[in-house]
Design a protein around this ligand. Structure first.
Ligand code: NDP
Length: 484
């Protein structure tokens, strides 16, 4: 397939108050194709002044047609937007593949998920309601769920469409006005989405997009006194800064900070059924997935068998250009390639059980070979730190007790899975593993926009996806009326 971006919008602009405008500082950032290292365009380097203008536009939208719109009308716009996204799935997939390096199949799945978020939150917009509370004689008490106001959305580069869908979708459905700061390495689909939202009839200012650097536009957004809620997905270090900035303005924050998610395979597991999940959950999106499963815990009796069969799958993995749509694409940037290669080097003294092959990897692309390490001790940095690349470790365990200790033995707690045919064991493990989502005899459950998602420990706090996100994007007001 051709490397032509074929854009139908100007990628070097910001969307503020419904207008496409140049960044106020007149500066731009280069866009690189991670598959080749070639420059493919430029995006706006938004400034603090652009963030000021975007926050002012969002505040104005709250008091204009957007703020007065019924929940049903908001929902209708989101559903229209979902249909428009579906019509452009192939265009969005191509743009994402070239900008972010995702193999086309994955990029397409992300675009379909974006549409699905619009359908889900569009349909849910008029189904969120407060409650009445039985109280003292002479009172009627009820609660109202109101939007926070202006919400800030800091989105990373690994799944731009899905993360915009889950956070901006829920925020708009509940009547907030949004300011979105996409990652500098992954802006194009955010801008495409904003252009479609405008065409779908979203009133001016309800969604503003300011591309730029995290340390400039991102920091300005999270510290802005006119913002009432921040949703952040990214690294722990940046998440801490975001939470500190939000604390100064005393506003709520949702943090989704990745993980070191385990899959626990017991000797009674259906191993053929587990195998594709064990490997795919580690190499999907070149391992650059917050919920990647980077630790495979296997009971001794089946340990050798599982390692051997995973290794065969690793050896067959083909790595190459996103547009060639192989098993694994490039990493997002040379910087990320250095981080991941550094981790692989740290495993020099470990057993490499299997490795994928580079089959179409032009010089200048950010490729690493997917690598499976066996017999890794739970204390090794490869088994504790988030690598964010196509690297998995397989760790043996003796019994349930040890499996729980290893599974809970990192700072993170985002996702986990349990592979076993024993129902009682499944239930025990689901209770004992510390993670925001537990899967039994599967991993990821197909991504499910309906399923609340978020972390424990350093994986973050707050829940996105499903109805739960709509509670997070609203604030509860209690009304107590005395009528005698
Ligand atoms: P960051 O956490 O720095 O970036 C995530 C988002 O935050 C981007 O939009 C970034 O913008 C923005 N940002 C950066 N600095 C600030 C700031 N001071 N204030 C507000 N926003 C800011 O991650 P990196 O891209 O640096 O990746 C480093 C590591 O983080 C990865 O190796 C991986 O381990 C982890 N990560 C985890 C993700 C997850 O899904 N949980 C997603 C991405 C990364 P910009 O990119 O423009 O700087």
């Amino acid at each position: 397939m051709s490397d032509d971006l074929g854009l139908w919008f100007d990628p070097s602009k910001c969307l503020i108050a419904g207008e496409w405008v140049a960044p106020s500082g007149g500066q731009y950032l280069p866009l690189e194709n991670p598959s080749t290292g070639e420059k493919i365009g430029q995006i706006a380097r938004g400034t603090g002044a652009d963030i000021d203008a975007a926050v002012a536009a969002a505040e104005a939208a709250r008091h204009g047609p957007w703020g007065r719109m019924s929940a049903a009308e908001r929902g209708r716009i989101l559903m229209t937007l979902g249909r428009m996204v579906l019509e452009r799935v192939d265009d969005l997939a191509r743009i994402e593949a070239l900008d972010v390096g995702k193999p086309l199949k994955q990029a397409r799945a992300d675009a379909v998920a974006l549409a699905r978020y619009m359908e889900f939150y569009g349909g849910a917009a008029d189904k969120l309601h407060g409650e009445t509370i039985p109280y003292l004689e002479g009172y009627t008490v009820y609660t109202l769920r109101e939007p926070h106001g202006v919400t800030g959305h800091i989105v990373p580069w690994n799944y731009p469409m899905q993360i915009i869908g889950r956070s901006v979708g829920a925020a708009l459905a509940t009547g907030n006005a949004c300011v979105l700061k996409p990652a500098e390495d992954a802006c194009l689909t955010a801008l495409a989405f904003a252009e479609m939202a405008k065409a779908a009839g979203l009133p001016d200012g309800a969604l503003n997009v300011v591309p730029g650097l995290g340390s400039e536009a991102g920091a300005a957004l999270t510290a802005h006194p006119g913002v009432h809620h921040i949703s952040f997905t990214g690294s722990v270090a940046t998440g801490v800064m975001v939470q500190e900035a939000a604390a100064k303005n005393v506003i709520p924050v949702t943090l989704e900070l990745g993980g070191k998610s385990p899959q626990v395979v017991f000797e009674d597991a259906d191993i053929p059924a587990a195998l594709p999940f064990l490997v795919n959950a580690g190499i999907q999106n070149a391992g650059q997935t917050c919920s990647a499963s980077s630790r495979i815990l296997v009971q001794r009796a089946v340990y050798d068998q599982v390692v051997e069969r995973m290794a065969l799958r690793y050896d067959a993995l083909k790595v190459g250009r996103a547009m060639d749509d192989l098993d694994v694409g490039p990493l997002i940037s040379a910087r990320q390639k250095n981080i991941v290669s550094g981790f692989i080097d740290k495993g020099a003294d470990l057993q490499i059980a299997g490795q994928g092959q580079l089959v179409s990897a032009p010089n200048g692309g950010n490729y690493v070979r997917p690598t499976l390490f066996a017999n890794v001790s739970p204390g090794h940095c490869l088994a504790r730190d988030e690598i964010f690349g196509p690297v998995q470790v397989v760790i043996p365990f003796e019994d349930e007790e040890e499996a729980v200790a290893i599974a809970n033995g990192t700072d993170y707690g985002l996702v986990a899975s349990v592979w076993s045919q024993n129902g009682a064991r499944q239930m025990r493990m689901a209770k004992r593993i510390r993670a925001g989502q537990i899967f039994i005899n599967n991993y990821g459950a197909g991504g499910g926009v309906e399923l609340p998602f978020g972390g424990m420990g350093k994986s973050g706090h707050g829940r996105e996806k499903g109805f739960e996100a709509m509670y997070g994007f609203t604030v509860l007001k209690t009304v107590a009326a005395f009528h005698g």
